[in-house]
Design a protein around this ligand. Structure first.
Ligand code: 5RP
Length: 224
């Protein structure tokens, strides 16, 4: 199985996982990226069984609408049973690095609202210690240099992703060289830097369930 087939397999597993719980009033939270795109395509096959979706990016909202799935503003809903999204890395405790697609802030907001966060990824994303993947940090544009200096102070090597403006009009710094042995502590410390919108460590709200695509089938870590 190639990587695309592994992504499609975990996307279908996520649809199979949520489908028994959906009804005509259900709203599904949907993440961003190539694995999330596979999920959207699989979700479209059962679009008659739920009401609408909430999207973590403009790109995801567009893909959902292209499939004829209604997209609601997060502010207009009271409750979200499921959020399904990919990740750049996951450790065994389901702490994640996200934001490779620059959608980390909206992803973190939708994940915070959801009762259950299901992460879908191919097996290459599972690591012992987070940090080989450069940690994305969304920053207010005028704070870019200041935040970069502070990130150096925390032991990282920030690189400005110069070709990207986020859906929120901000910049991304990708922080190399971090071995993230205390995900919650570092998530909190980076968020304390003035000018940081949020960072791509998802540890204070980690995933509840990781569906991992392997050549031997979809493995499940965590529980719901
Ligand atoms: C976007 C994300 C994605 O979930 C992450 O980058 C994984 O993407 P892909 O499924 O394409 O590997 O956090 O901001």
């Amino acid at each position: 199985m190639n990587q695309d087939q592994l992504k499609q397999a975990v996307a279908q597993a996520a649809v199979d996982h949520i489908a028994p719980h959906l009804n005509k009033d259900s709203i599904v939270g949907v993440g961003t990226g190539s694995t999330a795109n596979c999920f959207i395509d699989a979700l479209a096959t059962i679009k008659h069984t739920f009401d609408a979706a909430v999207a973590s990016s403009e790109a995801t909202a567009q893909r959902l609408r292209d499939h004829g799935i209604s997209v609601l503003e997060l502010n207009s809903i009271q409750q979200l049973r499921f959020y399904v999204d990919g990740a750049d890395e996951s450790d065994q405790q389901l702490n994640l690095i996200k934001g490779g697609g620059a959608a980390l802030t909206r992803e973190k907001i939708v994940a915070a609202v959801a009762d259950e966060f299901i992460c879908i990824a191919d097996e290459s994303k599972l690591v012992n210690t987070l940090g080989s993947f450069p940690l994305p940090v969304e920053v207010i544009p005028m704070a870019r240099s200041y935040v970069a200096r502070k990130l150096v102070g925390l032991g990282g090597e920030p690189v400005w992703r110069q070709d990207v403006i986020t859906d929120n009009g901000n910049y991304i710094l990708d922080v190399h060289g971090l071995a993230i042995t205390d995900p919650q502590g570092l998530e909190s410390a980076i968020n304390q830097i003035t000018g940081v919108v949020t960072n791509g460590i998802f540890a204070m709200r980690s995933a509840d369930l990781l569906l991992l695509g392997t050549p031997a089938g979809v493995k499940q870590l965590g529980h719901t």
